[in-house]
Design a protein around this ligand. Structure first.
Ligand code: ATP
Length: 321
């Protein structure tokens, strides 16, 4: 896979110790990459450096092999900023025409006009294209911002909180739009606090805190918990639970979310395991008691639990920027 984004030690020090420090990461073409972190972690700063809006104070980065900030790099990107603001005296169509001109297109060209109409429809404001931006709601302005980012059909999109101003329907629509763009092979760098969206859409995620990356990996890897296991057991009887707890000394519970499997009456047992030997011993006892062990797997956590755990763990250890 070729790299769309390559950053090596990218740093921005605003002079007050804040910003981003030594960020190195690579995003492959066609990847959807989630960039997460608490407020003020440095996510927007990192994106602004990549799109060429602010200069790094250290390190380097390339987009498709071209230095960030160069015209060649910028030609490959579409950008929806976190704080978007468009000319409120223009209509939505006129804003897009202005952006088309900035791309070097003729605004009167039929292809330009067709593209603009299609984009307004795609982002859900097709019927309001002739209204002035000052009459748009915040969510509609954000939709217009998405249309601006998509206008030149760039291979790489930076979307900074793309549905922060939208209602639940709008958020779902943006999620579907990103999924569609992913299917079209676009590379998407997504800053978002909507962890459910990130979990569904992203191939990999990085967690930023105090300007540095705490963790980075595939969504499935970061969600794979080391200690929590789930066992699907048939013929389970409630009184066996206490006996198993006493015999193993393990923390065992019927897993409430997975619950009972109505098809075969089996249950999911959740176990907190420290060593692989413990899971072997537990399996042995279950089978010895005449129960059926259908499945044993590590529990997958939720992205919000991982996020809170990683950030809280770091601050418990007193680590700061
Ligand atoms: N122009 C600036 N001058 C000085 N400090 C700044 C500037 N811009 C941002 N900062 C500081 O840098 C840090 C990172 O800000 P940034 O906007 O990148 O965070 P973020 O992760 O995008 O936050 P949020 O999730 O709230 O949007 C913050 O502490 C912020 O106050």
């Amino acid at each position: 896979m070729n790299a769309a984004i390559e950053a090596r030690g990218l740093t921005k020090d605003y002079g007050n110790g804040r910003g981003c420090r030594q960020i190195s990461l690579t995003v492959g073409e066609g990847e959807v990459f989630g960039f997460l972190g608490p407020n003020g972690a440095g996510k927007s700063t990192f994106v602004k450096m990549l799109v060429g809006l602010i200069r790094p104070t250290g390190g380097e980065a390339v987009l498709y092999g071209r230095p960030i900030g160069s015209l060649e790099a910028r030609r490959h990107i579409g950008y929806l900023p976190e704080l978007y603001r468009y000319q409120e005296w223009l209509s939505g169509e006129e804003v897009l025409r202005l952006h088309a001109q900035l791309c070097g297109w003729k605004p009167s060209d039929t292809r330009t006009q067709t593209r603009i109409r299609k984009l307004l429809d795609d982002v859900g404001i097709g019927l309001r294209g002739k209204d002035r931006v000052k009459h748009y709601s915040k969510g509609m302005q954000q939709r217009l911002g998405l249309a601006c980012a998509l206008l030149s059909d760039p291979p790489l999109l930076f979307l900074d909180e793309p549905s922060s101003a939208m209602d639940p329907v709008g958020r779902m629509e943006v999620r579907m739009l990103i999924a569609q763009l992913k299917n079209e092979g676009k590379t998407i760098f997504l800053n978002s606090h909507l962890l459910e969206d990130v979990e569904v859409l992203c191939d990999r995620v990085a967690l930023l805190n105090n300007g540095t990356i705490l963790e980075c990996g595939s969504v499935s890897d970061v969600l794979q918990e080391k200690k929590r296991w789930l066992l699907r057991i048939g013929g389970f009887e409630a009184q066996v639970l206490d006996w198993l707890r006493e015999s193993t000394g393990l923390l065992l519970n019927i897993h409430s979310e997975q619950g009972h499997d109505p098809a075969d009456g089996s249950i999911w047992l959740q176990a907190e395991i420290e060593t692989e030997e413990q899971i072997g011993w537990l399996n042995h006892l279950i089978i010895e008691q005449g129960m059926t062990l259908y499945e044993v797997k590590k529990a997958a956590g939720k992205l919000d639990e991982w996020f809170v755990g990683a950030v809280a763990g770091r601050s418990h250890r007193g680590e700061k920027a």
